[in-house]
Design a protein around this ligand. Structure first.
Ligand SMILES: [Zn+2]
Length: 189
């Protein structure tokens, strides 16, 4: 039904906008308060993402910051590598960007921009989390829309009216609706 296709589409668009807004907001306001040391499993994961073989190197400093909708990971190796990764989005981190430096010189950068002041833009999408987030927020928008439409349908049927348009069928549901065509066989021309 076209009306429902449109409703679902609008909810998904709103979900995408909400997801982006939260990711942006979380990046902007990430206060970096909860600082903890990085779990050891993260090193190889970041190394893979940065396409740098930083495994089996001595880590001299590491930071993991997790805030609402935002994760920052950083580590520094004994031989001068520094890798920082920012990830944003909730419930899944769907945007990320990272930068790798060696002896203070930038070697790799992906999906990360700054606009002079400390205003960070994380640009590289991670598609699976992105789709999942849009689905989650889309469903949040869709739930009340579906509930209201269903309640209206039930109310109309109880009153003997057409569930689709509300036209008074006086309880004769079998004949279908002469107003909107609900419950009537498709007229083929
Ligand atoms: Zn009708």
């Amino acid at each position: 039904m076209r009306r429902w296709t449109a409703r679902i589409l609008i909810c998904l668009i709103l979900g995408a906008v909400t997801n982006f807004a939260i990711a942006r907001w979380a990046t902007y306001y990430a206060p970096m308060t909860e600082v903890a040391s990085l779990p050891s499993g993260w090193f190889s994961m970041i190394a893979e993402q940065t396409r740098l073989d930083l495994r089996n190197r001595a880590i001299i400093d590491a930071v993991l910051t997790v805030d609402f909708g935002y994760t920052f990971t950083y580590f520094e190796t004994a031989d001068g590598w520094e890798v920082a990764e920012h990830r944003a989005g909730t419930p899944f981190r769907c945007f990320h960007g990272w930068v790798a430096l060696n002896d203070g010189v930038e070697i790799h950068r992906e999906g990360l921009e700054t606009d002079g002041d400390y205003s960070l833009f994380i640009l590289k999408p991670r598609y699976l989390p992105l789709v999942a987030n849009v689905g989650v927020f889309g469903a949040i928008y869709f739930a009340p829309v579906a509930a209201i439409a269903l309640a209206r349908r039930v109310r109309r049927t109880k009153r003997g009216r057409c569930p689709r348009c509300g036209y008074d069928l006086r309880g004769d549901m079998n004949a279908g609706c002469p107003e909107c065509g609900w419950g009537r066989p498709e007229i083929t021309s």
